[in-house]
Design a binder for this molecule. Structure first.
Ligand code: CA
Length: 245
């Protein structure tokens, strides 16, 4: 089984033309594609079909994209790209902490969709699903393991721990934490994190980085008072808090 032929995508879209376009596009990229116009059915398909990627329309009949995403997140760390009808909806959505990994507004071109999916799948493959794996065990020796105080990241197994507790991170949160912990002394600009985690074709703005860092901090139990795990370097970006400070 190669990386190319076991990728699954779920398209959630009630507009038939757009649904067909996305289905076709992802099909040409080698995905096994399922589609639905229902948020409730989408949640069920995440459970049974176990996709690697979900494109999720915001405006759906029945439960909307926000509620659908919230329910998907209770089950899975699948990569979710939320698709909005208007560009200016994205700012509002970023403030709502929907759990989506990124946003794309209509109209988008096939080329743009393909570029984003390619960027995404250059990231490491998903390891064990959120909370679905076996009990934490010692990492096998050839795994890259990063440590920072009580934080431990098993890069290849795609699992993160604070002390003995396994953290339920989304793929994006995991990738951000890995980048920061690999180079603990580096100050990352938002632009550099965007390029490194989302990929160079990703056109999203740096506000996306702030939102995901905020979610990541909450899951790490990062105290709002210093010292936390991730330090904001005013006017620049982020770095890991030095442990000896
Ligand atoms: Ca719609």
């Amino acid at each position: 089984m190669t990386q190319q032929d076991d990728r699954r995508a779920l398209v959630v879209e009630d507009d038939e033309d757009i649904r067909s376009l996305i289905e076709f596009t992802l099909g040409t990229q080698g995905f096994d594609v399922r589609a639905t116009e229902s948020g409730l059915e989408a949640v069920e398909l995440v459970r049974t079909f176990d996709p690697d990627l979900v494109t999720l329309d915001l405006g759906l009949p029945g439960i909307d994209g926000i509620e659908t995403c919230r329910r998907i997140r209770e089950l899975s760390d699948v990569y979710v790209v939320m698709i909005t009808a208007r560009d200016d909806e994205i700012d509002r959505l970023l403030g709502l902490e929907t759990g989506a990994d990124d946003f794309l507004s209509k109209p988008f071109s096939v080329r743009e969709l393909k570029a984003r999916v390619n960027a995404l799948f250059r990231r490491p493959r998903r390891g064990v699903g959120v909370g679905a794996g076996p009990a934490p065990t010692a990492p096998v020796p050839d795994h890259e393991v990063l440590e920072h105080g009580p934080l431990r990241v098993d890069v290849d197994g795609r699992r993160a721990f604070r002390g003995a507790e396994e953290l339920s991170l989304t793929r994006t949160e995991f990738d951000l934490l890995t980048e920061l912990m690999r180079t603990p002394a580096r100050v990352w600009t938002r632009e550099a994190l965007l390029r490194s985690v989302w990929g160079t074709e990703w056109a999203s703005d740096t506000h996306l980085v702030e939102v995901h860092i905020g979610n990541l901090r909450r899951k790490l139990g990062d105290p709002s008072e210093k010292p936390g795990f991730i330090r904001t370097v005013r006017g620049v970006g982020y770095r890991m808090e030095s442990l000896e400070a």
